[in-house]
Design a protein around this ligand. Structure first.
Ligand SMILES: *Cc1c(COP(=O)(O)O)cnc(C)c1O
Length: 375
């Protein structure tokens, strides 16, 4: 038995420290904002290299708040990868703007920036590259496109806090970077939580204002915002895990290296049974997921059934692309077109256990189950 993720294996060794953090907040009596939230904001912003960190209620709300702070709304178009988690596109729709879906790069699974260029119209205001599975999108290409067309850039780094692109922290390159502390993310919390980062003082101020109903001072509302706050309790617990984060990442990277070595024999030749995920050398990939492609009709689903039978956890991230979602069926045709690579990925991908606490025996078990399928 190897689960896809084992949160207890990471959290329970920290039980004494986590309990102490809980007690500290309990006794402080402060349950909204305050020093724990501010400390986490500073510590996380420092990790990404951005000047400001803004703790928020979830990774989804981080994206929504970034869009609101940039004034994105009805009549605007926002470029998003079609191969992503729903939040990236859903937040665009919630502002009243139109998500414009862009195909994926087959090797990194990230947004295909050349194809994004084809979808620019006079209404395009922003682009949201997603650093999928823990590896940065091609930020040189994204920033060049944005400069050429005066677009805002929001990096959806929900799966990539601490990753880098040519030495620069994920989330620190665009106007905003957004992160999630959902338990399955690399810096996994104890419920929902998220973070927004920016190095622009004015944008940071606007996001902070919108985080608490746009009021300053209290009960005087300059803007229509929302309640997008992060709990001090969540912040205090996350701060216990933060010093261990580099070690978690090293272990994920070691696990990825192990799989890459052991599986490469099945991933070579003109008709490989498996296609391994590619890490671009100049990226620091933090491996939120280790995602294989299984080419051939029905092969991916056959592998999924095989792994289930062998007691190996796995998941399909993602089986349906954004342009194929029912809720986006009324999005204009040109905003949904030309996503063929992403459709193929949705049919071929499968993610296998990569969490830091995997034992060497569990890693061997995963490899031998895969070998049993391929042979
Ligand atoms: C998890 C995730 C989100 C949303 O984060 P939540 O904290 O669950 O709201 C957004 N984008 C991507 C790419 C994600 O993986």
């Amino acid at each position: 038995m190897v689960p896809l993720l084992d949160v207890n294996a990471q959290n329970l060794p920290l039980e004494a420290e986590l309990t102490a953090a809980f007690t500290r907040v309990l006794r402080s009596g402060q349950f909204i904002m305050g020093p724990e939230v501010e400390a986490l904001e500073r510590e996380c912003a420092a990790m990404t290299g951005a000047a400001h960190g803004i703790g928020v209620s979830s990774g989804t709300d981080a994206i929504l708040l970034a869009l609101m702070a940039l004034g994105i709304g009805p009549g605007d178009e926002v470029l998003v990868p079609t191969f992503t988690f729903f939040a990236t596109a859903g937040c665009v729709s919630r502002t009243g703007a139109t998500p414009v879906f862009v195909d994926a790069d087959p090797e990194t699974f990230n947004i295909d920036v050349a194809k994004a260029a084809d979808k620019i119209t006079p209404r395009t205001r922003a682009i949201i590259p997603v650093h999928l599975f823990g590896q940065c999108a091609d930020m040189d290409a994204v920033m060049a496109l944005a400069a050429e067309h005066s677009l805002f850039v929001i990096e959806d780094g929900a799966q990539a806090i601490g990753a880098t692109w040519k030495g620069r922290g994920a989330g620190s390159i665009g106007h905003f970077g957004t992160f999630s502390f959902f338990p399955s993310k690399n810096l996994g919390g104890f419920g929902d939580g998220g973070l927004l980062v920016t190095s622009d003082d004015a944008l940071a101020d606007r996001a902070r204002l919108l985080r608490t109903h746009g009021s300053r001072p209290k009960y005087y509302h300059r803007l229509v915002g929302g309640n997008f706050r992060l709990d001090p309790l969540q912040a205090a617990l996350l701060r216990v895990k933060l010093p261990h984060y580099p070690e978690y990442t090293r272990k994920r990277q070691a696990n990825a290296a192990f799989y890459t070595e052991k599986l490469s024999e099945f991933a070579s030749g003109p008709h490989p049974a498996l296609i391994l995920p590619k890490s671009i050398p100049e990226n620091k990939h933090i491996w939120n997921q280790f995602t294989l492609r299984v080419p051939g009709p029905g092969r991916r689903d056959a592998l999924k059934a095989h792994l289930a039978k062998a007691g190996i956890g796995c998941e399909i991230y993602y089986p349906v692309t954004m342009d194929q979602q029912e809720c986006f069926a009324h999005t204009p045709e040109n905003s949904r077109s030309h996503c063929d690579t992403a459709h193929q990925l949705a049919a071929e991908v499968i993610s296998i256990p990569i969490f830091p606490e995997l034992t060497s025996q569990q890693l061997e078990e995963v490899v031998s189950a895969l070998r049993g399928f391929v042979d």
